[in-house]
Design a protein around this ligand. Structure first.
Ligand SMILES: [Zn+2]
Length: 640
């Protein structure tokens, strides 16, 4: 729909209210308070917001509208304007679904209520449903203008989704919904089922920032939609294009080495650079073009490269920070670029390639590694364990791998394990190090493992069990069996993290170092599992599986060693801070006698290990922060 001329606006005011469009309603009526948004005063629809809002108008035939968008571009404002429009112009029963009930409450209190207070035509149009329950008054409201009400709910709550028939379903951040609302099934399907009685005039708004390709609800909806992308003209050659991060050479953001804040946009047609100040007029002249015009479902995709609030320089700077780890890069792709994160299964760590890159370690614990953890896998006739060293940005070194053969019901194997866990390791800079935390898999023989960990809890030797499904790697608190604590860890997330790190090809953040002498079998085990898609209630979920008969102990050990790192609560900047302190400490150490082992209540005094005098002169990576090229250039990174 095109912007209205003054003449048309005047004419439509004389028509019955049902012929008003949502953007027109917002431009004429909505007042921003400034409480939750940076702007105050009269709402002004931006060019890329108009069409997505107007297909929600009663005069448009669409029943469903799909918004695949970056954070803070389109979704929430569209949803709010639509809700205001519903209350003022065309009331009916409405349901707003957020991922969690807390999100629903926050939206109602912090965004919807202020809009109804600040916008004159909405004042008094939303009544609190009388209830003694204060949650209820936030989550259930009635429209005073004719019939209708609005319920805010969380996608996890089957009761919130299974009540009265609804005409408007506003489903926000659908990619963050659980696979099932309680045991009732897919929350999106549940909400949509409730619109059945309003077949002739229902509107379903489905919006989200995207997540992982193949596992994304918004991706599925987008693929069925007419896929409208926002095209803007190049100020040099006039060619229309969708702004993308690109590689900077053929098109996309480009910046002088080391100066992302000065980023400009390179036209993919004429290759000329476009300065930031041209963006506003490009966006003004831009428009949506459907890439799948046969569909009757309007679908819209926008990313922050056309945002009036985020400069290209800010986005380029954010990108360089984000690519330090696969997790932050994924978040950047999803929330800033509105692109799906693609898990490239075929490049999932190749055993031979990993084996070929084994390197000599200059010391038991090489420079860079600042913290040791252990992961222990329990088999019927042996224990296997890895001692992993961790450095800045979770760069890792496989310090040692042990197999302790023997019947695990006998004490000998456990005594041998304890000896290894208590060993002193010598760092390249001369410091003495101990294992700071260890995770032992108790899934197989839990009583035996718990007997061992019970008295070693204070040394952070933890019994752990794998928990299936999504969720954080390290739980907030331990579970207990016969009063003995153990930890349920998110193995899927841990395996994702380990695999993402094995895929990193250049030393630096997230890279995994392995010592010369490690055999191929080790790497075959490390890469034995593949990520597969499993369908649950019709919704795709990722899961790690190994081939029948394949061994995967090395992978389990690394997963548990990584969980042990997470148990220390050191992530991101905290881990880096820890590494900085360790490095400073080490430089003092090379000039002074070695310090006592830092902590842990071991009775025996550590044996002073021979110091490496050469270490004092060794290049200290802590002094030089990792550069931006550590992932081998951003083009390569995206080709992963
Ligand atoms: Zn051009």
């Amino acid at each position: 729909m095109q912007p209205f001329s003054i003449g048309e606006v005047g004419a439509t005011l004389l028509l019955p209210p049902r012929d008003m469009s949502v953007s027109q309603w917002a431009d004429e009526n909505r007042v921003l308070t400034g409480a939750a948004s940076a702007e105050r005063g009269q709402w002004r629809t931006r060019p890329f917001q108009r069409e997505p809002m107007d297909v929600l108008s009663p005069s448009h035939p669409s029943k469903m509208v799909v918004l695949l968008s970056s954070a803070q571009m389109l979704k929430t404002e569209c949803l709010l304007n639509f809700l205001g429009f519903i209350a003022d112009v065309d009331p009916g029963p409405a349901l707003v679904v957020e991922p969690r009930i807390e999100d629903a409450k926050a939206l109602s209190k912090d965004r919807v209520a202020p809009m109804f207070r600040a916008t004159p035509v909405l004042r008094g149009k939303l009544a609190t449903v009388k209830s003694r329950d204060s949650d209820n008054t936030v989550l259930h409201k009635a429209f005073t203008n004719g019939s209708g009400h609005v319920t805010f709910t969380g996608a996890i709550s089957p009761s919130g989704l299974a009540m009265r028939p609804i005409r408007y379903a506003l489903l926000d951040e659908v990619d963050r919904y659980p696979a099932s609302a309680g045991t009732e099934g897919d929350p999106v399907s549940l909400a949509i089922q409730r619109t059945a009685e309003f077949e002739h005039n229902k509107k379903i708004l489905l919006c989200s920032t995207p997540t992982i390709k193949g596992c994304s609800r918004i991706e599925l909806a987008w693929l069925q939609s007419d896929q409208r992308e926002y095209f803007v003209p190049c100020p040099h050659c006039g060619e229309f294009q969708v702004l993308e991060l690109g590689d900077g050479a053929e098109g996309g953001l480009a910046w002088p080495e080391g100066h992302p804040e000065a980023a400009q946009y390179r036209c993919r047609h004429c290759k000329a650079l476009i300065p930031e100040h041209k963006k506003a007029s490009m966006v003004e002249q831009g428009g949506y073009r459907a890439q799948n015009p046969g569909s009757l479902i309007p679908g819209f995709r926008v990313n922050q490269l056309i945002s009036p609030k985020r400069s290209w320089g800010t986005i380029a700077t954010e990108f360089l920070a984000a690519k330090r780890s696969p997790e932050t890069l994924k978040a950047f792709m999803n929330t800033v670029l509105a692109t799906l994160w693609e898990e490239k299964h075929e490049v999932v760590a190749d055993a031979h390639a990993l084996w070929n890159r084994c390197e000599p370690f200059a010391a038991e614990v090489p420079e860079g590694a600042c913290l040791l953890t252990a992961g222990v896998d329990v088999q019927v006739d042996r224990l296997e364990l890895e001692i992993a060293g961790w450095g800045r940005d979770e760069e890792s070194w496989s310090v040692a791998y042990h197999v302790i053969p023997g019947d695990i019901l006998r004490n000998e194997v456990w005594a041998a394990l304890d000896e290894i866990l208590l060993s002193i390791y010598t760092h390249e800079n001369g410091q003495q190090m101990r294992v700071q935390a260890a995770c032992i898999d108790s899934g197989y023989k839990d009583a035996t493992v718990l007997r061992f960990t019970r008295d070693r809890y204070n040394r952070r030797v933890f019994a752990t069990k794998g928990r299936s499904g999504d969720g954080t790697i390290w739980p907030h608190k331990p579970s207990r069996k016969n009063q003995t604590p153990f930890f349920m860890i998110g193995v899927n997330a841990a395996k994702d993290a380990v695999h993402d790190r094995l895929k990193v090809k250049d030393a630096g953040p997230s890279y995994c170092h392995f010592p010369l002498g490690r055999d191929l079998e080790y790497f075959e085990q490390l890469t034995a599992e593949k990520k597969v898609i499993r369908y649950h209630n019709g919704f795709a979920k990722h899961e790690w599986r190994k081939a029948e008969g394949a061994r995967n102990e090395a992978l389990d050990c690394r997963v548990y060693a990584y969980a042990a790192l997470k148990s220390l609560g050191l992530s991101g900047a905290q881990l880096n801070l820890f590494c900085d302190r360790f490095a400073k400490h080490g430089r003092r150490v090379t000039a002074a006698p070695p310090p006592k082992a830092p902590e842990e209540q071991s009775a025996e005094q550590p044996q002073p290990a021979p110091r490496r005098e050469a270490a004092a002169n060794a290049r200290n990576p802590f002094l030089n922060g990792p550069g931006d090229s550590f992932l081998g250039g951003r083009t390569n990174w995206f080709r992963r």
